[in-house]
Ligand binder design. Structure first.
Ligand code: NI
Length: 143
């Protein structure tokens, strides 16, 4: 019997600050590139992260993965790290601009280690008007 594959998505929230800045550029160039997002003291966002997984539906439980397991993983591996943090001070952003594009890749790196289902998509809402998707290195959108 073939296994039935289903997808599940779960949303998580954290608040964090950041500043868009490239050390190699001058203050004027940074200002021109990033505008007020380059303000020296940074600014904050209430990030909404949605992760989507796929996997076989367990015949006994009817689930792809236990959401309690996923929530514990998200809390330990992502929220504890990012919530009320300055993203620029974290190791992942010491040499990468803390854009939400780059944050999406870091969230992908974190959740791709989740052992009970296959990560398919990371979706992050930075503001009501901005959202970002990352599908990993197997992405059909790679050029
Ligand atoms: Ni911002």
């Amino acid at each position: 019997m073939s296994r039935v594959i289903a997808h599940l998505s779960r949303r998580y929230h954290f608040s964090a600050s950041h500043r868009l800045h490239v050390d190699a550029l001058s203050p004027e160039e940074n200002r021109a590139m990033f505008g007020k997002c380059n303000n020296p003291f940074g600014h904050g966002h209430n990030y909404v992260v949605q992760v989507t997984f796929s996997g076989p539906v367990d015949a006994a439980t009817g689930m792809v993965t236990n959401l309690g397991d996923l929530d514990s993983f998200a809390q330990r591996e992502m929220i504890d790290l990012f919530d009320h943090a300055n993203l620029n001070t974290l190791e992942a952003f010491l040499d990468r601009v803390s854009t939400t594009e780059n944050l999406s890749m870091e969230v992908w790196r974190i959740f791709s280690a989740y052992p009970h289902a296959k990560l398919e998509r990371v979706h992050i809402e930075e503001t009501g008007n901005n959202s970002f998707d990352y599908f990993g290195e197997g992405s059909p959108f790679l050029c």
